[in-house]
Design a protein. Sequence first.
Length: 61
Amino acid sequence: MSRRLRELREQAGMTQMELAVRAQVSEATVRKIEQGKVVEPGFFLVMALLSALGSTPEALN
C-alpha cells in the first residue's frame, strides 16, 4: 500500500504536505505510511487520504 499511495499522490501532483493538509493528518503520518513504517494504517486514515486524493479504495489494488 505504501508504494501505491505514493504513486497516487504523485499522480495528483501533490506534495506530502499538501496531502496531509487536505486529509487533516500530519505530514509525518503521510511520510511514515509512504515509507512503510505504518504497516496497517487505520480504515478512517486510509479513507481520509484517499478522499483527499480524489480516489477510492479500489485504486490501492
